[in-house]
Design a protein around this ligand. Structure first.
Ligand code: ADP
Length: 305
């Protein structure tokens, strides 16, 4: 077993609107996490982004961008005639709002061929996905997706999951609760963010959240809560790990980069409490920059010193 695979959707992001001129970038929660795992692991450790791409120029640019940054995409199918999802960030004063065009994105079909997906994910040391991955996968493919995850787990992969609940992606909250709970039962490492869990499950506090996930059988739980300490629960012990002070200017990708920092540390054999401490450091740097992705070399230099 070797390497790390993150499964989800990479979108085209339009930002920095200046009249009718836009800046194009690439973004997605699971991509952000893969980015920071890549930055924190030695170059010979394989990091894959597993999704489905289209066969258009924009999909090609996404693949090139990931590949140039040491993230492999060759396990992802390329679907004829399909296109990536797109969103634009508009500013009204300092208020950011998001407009999405993602209903028929290629990534929604990433589990269309479960045998192919299984092959793509085989023999990984760790597989990561999120509630956003579950939400965007076509409804009729979600159960086969979770079966593939279970099979990889049975063959020895560690499964890490962040529910990342986004209300707008789940018209049916009962279904969200059901699928996210099912994913938790398939997970070795849970990386929830408290306000998301409270919105979906009504947890009273971080302790209640950790207790609910423990009852589902998750053995390693890190509950993030912004600048409040993270609750780290592992092998029946619980510790609170304080966050790192930062001059936050943009919290986009904070939780995703925390996850990347945490999972990379765990892959490097660092114990959970110390891994959470490293994860806070990574996230504290990310909130001091605009956008979710700092240049790979900058991240590598900052965190690998
Ligand atoms: P999400 O991005 O999923 O909403 P959080 O807001 O809980 O997640 O943030 C995740 C992590 O990012 C926190 O655990 C912390 O390490 C870091 N973080 C977030 N906001 C700040 C901040 N203002 N200052 C320092 N670190 C922060």
């Amino acid at each position: 077993m070797h390497g790390f695979a993150s499964v989800g959707e990479c979108m085209i992001e339009l930002s920095g609107q200046n009249d009718t001129q836009w800046h194009m970038g690439f973004a997605g929660d699971t991509l952000n996490t893969a980015w920071y795992v890549r930055a924190l692991m030695q170059p010979d450790f394989a990091v894959d982004y597993v999704t489905a791409f289209g066969d258009d120029a924009f999909s090609n640019q996404q693949m090139a961008f990931l590949n140039e940054n040491g993230i492999a995409t060759d396990k992802s199918p390329i679907i004829k005639g399909a296109r990536p999802g797109l969103y634009a960030i508009t500013l009204t004063g300092a208020e950011r709002s998001f407009t999405y065009w993602r209903n028929d994105s290629a990534a929604r079909r990433l589990a269309e061929n479960p045998a192919h997906l299984l092959k793509s994910l085989k023999n990984r040391k760790m597989i990561y996905f999120s509630g956003i991955t579950l939400a965007i996968i076509l409804p009729e493919h979600r159960q086969s997706f979770l079966e593939v995850i279970n099979q990889c787990r049975a063959e020895g992969a560690q499964i890490a999951f962040d529910p990342n609940f986004r209300s707008a992606l789940w018209p049916d909250h009962n279904l969200a609760r059901e699928l996210i709970t099912q994913a938790m039962r398939s997970s070795d490492i849970a990386l929830p963010t408290l306000p998301d869990e409270q919105a979906l499950f009504g947890d009273a506090d971080g302790q209640a959240c950790a207790a609910r996930l423990t009852a589902l059988g998750v053995k390693e739980i890190v509950v993030k809560d912004g600048t409040d300490p993270a609750i780290v629960q592992f092998e029946g012990k619980q510790v609170l790990v304080p966050s790192v002070k930062a001059n936050a200017i943009d919290t986009t990708g904070a939780g995703d980069s925390f996850n990347g920092g945490y999972l990379a540390a765990r892959l490097n054999g660092i114990a959970p409490a110390e891994a959470a401490s490293q994860a806070h450091k990574v996230a504290a740097h990310v909130v001091e920059c605009r956008g979710a992705l700092m240049p790979m070399q900058t991240a590598h230099d900052l965190f690998m010193r």
